[in-house]
Ligand binder design. Structure first.
Ligand code: G3P
Ligand code: CA
Length: 269
């Protein structure tokens, strides 16, 4: 069968809201989780980093400068790295106004508050460990928080949580520490290298522009650590053309700032 014919027999990809629903609310805030929820989007993606005093928070950039008013509140603390600020300091920051005045008062969420919101909404979480090399031990710590909040219990860990990273060592560690967790590697390793990743990753998640049908087939030909077919989610898929393109290649998921647009496109396609 041609790629398009083969794809027609496969499940449509899961749609994951990128940083919540980052096209509609300030990324990685509780407002963004809720925006995705209101659109009926079950899966959300986030980015986890650590404060100076060892608290896990949800933020994409290493620096607080782009997505908060940190420059105004702490003008002398350039380059405003999250790892140089205590949680108390970070709690003073506005993480919404940079995006739109109507989001004034949004905070950089702690991972714990973020997990509670996702849970409260009945959503599911694709959690990225961002730059884990900057935060020794963050894998174990993140797992401790997930366990504390019930995310490693049978049903949750099986169907509601994926932990991903660009850092293969971090994912290896997560798999070793908590083998039940579903894991993803962000990037596009060569086809020859894929079997190495399949030893500890359930997913390979490349940029959508880097994926071909042959690559998707090579991923699908392998089984992951849970003996299921290796999956592939693409990012960041923000328009109908990219969504239909990824779906036509047979991908298992698409990660999108505009998950509603992508869902519509896939329903029409
Ligand atoms: O989930 C995929 C995507 O988030 C990876 O890139 O830079 O947005 O974290 P980035
Ligand atoms: Ca991310």
């Amino acid at each position: 069968a041609s790629g398009a014919q083969a794809a027609a027999h496969e499940h449509p990809p899961v749609v994951v809201g990128h940083r919540g629903a980052a096209a509609y609310a300030p990324e990685n805030t509780l407002a963004s989780v809720d925006a995705a929820h209101r659109l009926g989007i079950t899966w959300v993606e986030n980015d986890v980093q650590r404060t100076k005093d060892g608290q896990l928070v949800v933020l994409h950039d290493t620096s607080l400068a782009r997505t908060t008013n940190v420059k105004k509140v702490f003008p002398d603390r350039s380059p405003w790295n999250v790892g140089d600020f205590t949680l108390r300091e970070i709690e003073k920051l506005d993480a919404g106004s940079w995006y739109d005045a109507k989001f004034k008062g949004e905070r950089v969420p702690t991972l714990e508050d973020y997990l509670d919101e996702v849970e409260h909404n009945g959503q599911r979480l694709l959690m990225e460990l961002k730059n884990p090399e900057l935060y020794p031990g963050i894998e174990r710590q993140a797992l401790r928080e997930l366990r504390h909040d019930g995310w490693l219990n049978g049903a949750h860990v099986k169907s509601r949580l994926i932990v991903q990273s660009f850092n293969a060592d971090a994912i290896k560690k997560v798999h070793r520490l908590e083998p039940a967790i579903k894991t993803g590697f962000l990037g596009n390793p060569s086809v020859t290298d894929l079997p190495k990743y399949a030893a500890y990753c359930d997913q390979i998640n490349p940029p959508h522009t880097a994926v071909t049908r042959a690559y998707v087939d090579a991923v699908h030909a392998l089984r992951g650590p849970h003996h299921r077919r290796l999956e592939l989610y693409t990012w960041t898929v923000d328009d109908a053309k990219a969504a239909v393109g990824s779906a036509g290649l047979g991908v298992d998921g698409v990660i999108s700032n505009k998950p509603d647009v992508v869902r519509e496109a896939l329903a029409d396609g």
